[in-house]
Design a protein around this ligand. Structure first.
Ligand SMILES: [Zn+2]
Ligand SMILES: [Zn+2]
Length: 373
């Protein structure tokens, strides 16, 4: 089969690799669509994990083969059959360890294992024609209703990460929340918050995204540069851009007792896996972010983070997306065939006024609007 293999920093190659073999209780899924995600782009651009790998974890497709079922298979998975259109989920926690008991699923060792692969060290595999879905991630497999598209299915994973983050906030209806950054993720935040009765103040660097933010339910949307002139009273700020300046500003604008949530600061400053591998953590250069810690102590502001997904929210996420209360179709602006994955990643890492969510796959519903790339 064809697959796009990460061979080195910024080096993606279209190669022919074996169709993955599956074992008992595993699935083979023919990939229809895979979303391009900033966390994969980071790994490709900065070489934060060793090659070779096949990335892509926002995957939807069709089950083409099911490994021998054994009796330990629980009922939910035994309802899956060949021909089902499904959305996949590549991380599932053990639900038993210390981290899981605290519901810190993203810190669970089982969760950190990737359960979907197209070959090499498992890394999602969605940038390939077929993926192997391992037994331990079967609880995350969701059937796509007949009326919904593969593209909508592929958006469950990013929507899950956003809903998980929203659930970390102490918000009341009528609260005012800043969402800094109105890319696909920021727009998902805006809509989910609006559905909960929150007044969203949205910011971005691109004018075109401000209009979209209002369509997605923002009460107000302004250029990031205009935020300080508004001097808004905020209950909370969600930083959906990897900008330290945005965090500094949010710390000033959020009221005492409010929260600042980091969603896009996913790149460790310490550098690549090559550097990290050879050094004790104490010797890694830490970035210097200056803040007045009295804003945490005296003003009782919470600076918190949220990373990755919570599969226990998967049914709620599926209802939100498949009912189109959160209509993710409006977020997808560019579709590339699998062979052009590198171009898709290039565009995703240099967003334009016209680009939002970018997907790849040979069964994407149309191939419009990518002719210039
Ligand atoms: Zn993702
Ligand atoms: Zn665990």
């Amino acid at each position: 089969m064809r697959a796009v293999v990460y061979r080195d920093v910024n080096d993606l190659r279209l190669e022919t690799v074996p169709v993955p073999r599956i074992g008992a209780n595993e699935l083979l899924v023919k990939v229809a669509v895979c979303g391009v995600c900033p966390t994969d782009i980071k790994k490709i651009h900065f070489g934060t994990v060793p090659p070779p790998r096949i990335f892509g974890h926002e995957t939807a497709g069709t089950i083409v083969k099911i490994g021998t079922r054994n009796s330990s298979l629980v009922t939910r998975h035994s309802s899956l059959k060949v021909g089902d259109r499904v959305a996949l989920h590549h991380h599932i926690p053990c639900m038993k360890c210390h981290a899981c008991r605290h519901r810190s699923f993203a810190q669970c060792e089982t969760y950190k294992r990737t359960g979907i692969t197209a070959g090499f060290e498992p890394a999602g595999g969605g940038y390939a024609e077929y993926v192997r879905v391992m037994k331990f991630v079967l609880p995350g497999v969701v059937k796509i209703p007949a009326k919904n598209s593969f593209e909508e299915g592929a958006m469950l994973e990013p929507v899950n990460t956003v809903l998980k983050a929203v659930k970390r906030l102490n918000l009341l209806r009528g609260d005012r929340v800043l969402v800094a950054g109105q890319g696909p993720i920021g727009l998902m935040f805006t809509k989910i918050l609006q559905l909960r009765g929150i007044n969203v103040l949205a910011t971005d660097l691109l004018e075109s995204r401000l209009k979209l933010a209002v369509q997605f339910g923002a009460e107000r949307a302004v250029l990031a540069s205009q935020l300080s002139t508004l001097n808004p009273q905020l209950d909370c700020a969600i930083i959906a851009v990897p900008s330290d300046a945005a965090v500094t500003q949010a710390l000033q604008l959020v009221r005492g007792g409010g929260q600042i949530l980091l969603f896009a600061h996913t790149k460790r400053e310490a550098g690549s896996w090559k550097l990290e591998a050879g050094l004790p953590s104490s010797q890694l250069q830490a970035p210097i972010f200056q803040m007045d810690l009295a804003s945490i102590c005296l003003d009782e502001k919470d600076l918190i983070g949220s990373y990755s997904s919570d599969f226990t929210l998967q049914n709620e996420v599926a209802r939100l997306v498949f009912s189109r209360k959160l209509d993710v179709r409006k977020l997808i602006t560019h579709r590339f065939p699998l062979a052009q994955t590198a171009a898709a990643i290039q565009l995703a890492s240099h967003p334009t006024e016209q680009s939002l969510k970018i997907v790849v796959g040979d069964e994407v519903t149309s191939l419009t609007s990518n002719s210039e790339f």
